[in-house]
Design a protein around this ligand. Sequence first.
Ligand code: NAD
Length: 489
Amino acid sequence: MGNDARVLIGGRTIDGPTHPVYNPARADEIVGRSALADAELVDRAVRAAADAAPGWAALSVTDRRAALKGAAAAGLEDFENRARLLTAEQGKVLWESMVDLAGAPYLLHESRRLIERVAGEEVADDERGRFIRRRRPVGVVAVIVPWNYPVLLAFNAIAPALAAGNTVVVKPSELAPLTLTAVLHAVAATLPDGVLNVVPGDGAVTGHALAGHPLVRRVMFTGGTAGGRMVMRAAAESITGVGLELGGNDPALVLESAVIDDELVTALRNSVFTCSGQVCFAVKRIYVHRSHFARFVEAFSDATDELAVGDGLDPASSIGPLISAAARDRVTELIRDSAENGANVRELGSKVDPGGWDRGHFLLPHVVTAITQQSRLVAAEQFGPVLPIMAFDTEDEAVALANDSEYGLAASVWSRDDGHAFEVARGIEAGTVFVNVHQAGASDHTTPFGGVKQSGIGRINGWASIEELTETQMLIRRDDAATLPGPPG
Ligand code: NAD
């Protein structure tokens, strides 16, 4: 019972049907059970949030800051056990679970800085009259999150939503709901009833009911592009605003002016394989200037070969399993497709526990060369430990290859000449282009983040989130009404 993800509505825990959540490193092991909230429970949760909204919105700056301080402290409770639980349900190595989990207290704490500015009003008095520009919370915010960084991604939306005076209903992913739900229960207990509610469940029923609920005024969705499309359709019914943080197929461009040293190779390797490649803005294809190609591939393959794949709780593991058998099979199929179409596929790395290998959804890291831009592995968001590397001759060609994608989340440009790299970066169609870096943490709560094209709509982090989660309201008195154009008299 201890690990179970339970529905929380208006401060009350509600029991009902559940499903098991398995450990991806030992697929026959049940880590806990998760609720499957139906449309009726979703409706109750949204109504509880709507009831709590006026009281929460009316709190003074001081009181809301104090409330979020208590919430942040609750997000930090029982940290080590929760980090272990996250690795058990999600698979990634323990330090990554700690980074994910630390997102809750950190983002709640940081969001307190925004509260005063949210409450601020701009008053303009001139000969025309008085114009007051202010922000209103949107009301009930639905937060729907994926399984790869469940806690951090949820609080990316929850923390600014609460700071802006909204109330929230969260739907965790059915694949990794346990830790997030535990954190949400703890945080919600420090807030007035109904301010933060949780409806664990699947996408088709629970997520769909939440995204389409007429009392939800903003859906903050993080997940795949297909899911985002469905959320948008459901939200369209009530003209509900959506913030969509979707998939990516991030390119890294290693220019002729780059130095291929350990630092560059290790940084790129880590960006590719962190969380076994299951990160929205992991590097998913690398383009290298032809003069460096052979050396880069050799150095990158050597660095990749150092990775040890195993249970995320085993300190010997550098990366864990994939989230599910379906995910592993999908990535394996993309690798097989590349090989069948003439690519050079290298399986690298080592198995931490060869005896236990078949119990989990493990996959060794792969590096693929002699592959074309048109191949499925390059075109898809592979979301696994496999990387295609391709050569280019001119920077214009490299930028065109980078932009030849339906996605546009992030990208990176690598060069010893920073100024030149920033110039090249300007030509890339992506919400964020990094220079000589490409990793989680390089974009943080101070930098607006989000995608172009099918990688999403809107920007999150800090004030960018506040703009998504509030509506501008104008209060206007006109002293010059008599001189304004009016109906023909
Ligand atoms: P997913 O789209 O399958 O699921 C995400 C969430 O949406 C889950 O909670 C799921 O239950 C729910 N959902 C699914 N169908 C739904 C529907 N019809 N209506 C409402 N909710 C629905 O994604 P996933 O497999 O959990 O996560 C992986 C994807 O997320 C990758 O594509 C990755 O790139 C993306 N992602 C993006 C970001 C970002 O910031 N842009 C961050 C992390 C992950």
